[in-house]
Design a protein around this ligand. Structure first.
Ligand code: C2E
Ligand code: MG
Ligand code: MG
Ligand code: MG
Length: 288
């Protein structure tokens, strides 16, 4: 039909745009209702310490259990939630749900929560965190807040103030996706982070690219020098874990150790890990 006909191609494009706009509108309407309909869920992915291969805690990762779309990953809706002004309420729900859940775990386990820059813009983040800790009874030191350097790009006094107030509550602050931004290193001295999480793109390329391996080794060393914990994200193979352990990364996260899981799977995950340890299977650490 429209072959070789510019108007036809244009009409096709127009229709596609219409469909896309309608699709987005539908998504927005649904997302506005998602909280009230109890469709948001937290999954939890384990973080593993290098020294003893023990689970040190879990990162809370948001999922949307949509009635027809199925389980929607955050990459498909977080940005929309930010644009539509919904991330404030969603983020508050995540904080409360994560703290409430972690308060039921053995007390050595931590929980990490991802924060959107928009949550800092709203101005009531510190109060929200304080309230979530109080309502759940979770010790502040067991809560870790993950931010990305996008938050620090504008370097506003208000942001730094809030970060300082959060640290004063006793929670930990981690820089997520470290190395993916334009000037990751420049941000490290601006704020006393507790942890950096090396982006999984570095881990994925570490074995094919000597320069990347060198950069990783250097970041691990930097962490030791600045007294920051260093976590490697996206660890999928034993070989990667072994290399990262040699580099003295402090902690691992990735499919090799555990995928993000619903909260109900956590007890059996922890029991299986304990059983492995009791059988003397020590995993990746090779230096005792
Ligand atoms: P992130 O904070 O860097 O989380 C790690 C992501 O990497 C998760 O994707 C996790 O499932 C994935 N991952 C972990 N291990 C592996 C691995 O071995 N291989 C591969 N290929 N992937 C791995 P997920 O759950 O889809 O989350 C994506 C991003 O969405 C997160 O990246 C975070 O930036 C954002 N996000 C998730 N939950 C929240 C939330 O509650 N609030 C906000 N603001 N953002 C969130
Ligand atoms: Mg994260
Ligand atoms: Mg990350
Ligand atoms: Mg990432």
């Amino acid at each position: 039909r429209a072959k070789g006909d510019g108007r036809g191609a244009y009409r096709f494009f127009e229709t596609a745009m219409d469909v896309w706009a309608q699709e987005r509108r539908a998504l927005e309407m649904d997302l506005r209702e998602a909280l009230a309909r109890d469709e948001l869920k937290l999954f939890f992915q384990p973080l593993i310490g290098r020294r003893d291969n023990e689970t040190t805690g879990f990162e809370a990762l948001l999922r949307w259990q949509h009635p027809t779309r199925g389980l929607v990953p955050p990459s498909d809706f977080i940005e929309c939630a930010e644009q539509w002004g919904l991330i404030g309420r969603i983020g508050e729900w995540v904080l409360n749900e994560a703290c409430r859940t972690a308060a039921t775990w053995p007390s050595h386990l931590t929980v990490a929560v991802n924060l959107s820059p928009n949550q800092f813009a709203s101005g009531d983040l510190v109060d929200q965190v304080r309230a979530a800790l109080k309502a759940s009874g979770l010790a502040p030191a067991r809560l870790e807040l993950e931010i990305t350097e996008g938050l620090l790009l504008h370097d506003s006094a208000k942001t730094l103030e809030q970060l300082a107030a959060l640290k004063a509550l006793g929670v930990k602050i981690a820089m997520d996706d470290f190395g993916t931004g334009y000037s990751s290193l420049a941000y490290l001295w601006r704020f006393p982070f507790d942890k950096i999480k090396i982006d999984r793109s570095f881990v994925a390329e570490m074995q094919d690219n000597v320069a990347i391996a060198d950069i990783l080794r250097t970041i691990a060393l930097l962490g030791q020098t600045l007294n920051l914990e260093v976590t490697a994200e996206g660890v999928e193979t034993q070989a990667q874990a072994r290399l990262l352990a040699e580099m003295r990364c402090d902690q691992f996260q990735g499919f090799l150790f555990g995928r993000p899981m619903p909260v109900g799977d956590i007890p059996s995950f922890l029991m299986a890990a304990t059983a492995r340890r009791m059988r003397g299977e020590t995993g990746v650490d090779d230096d005792g």
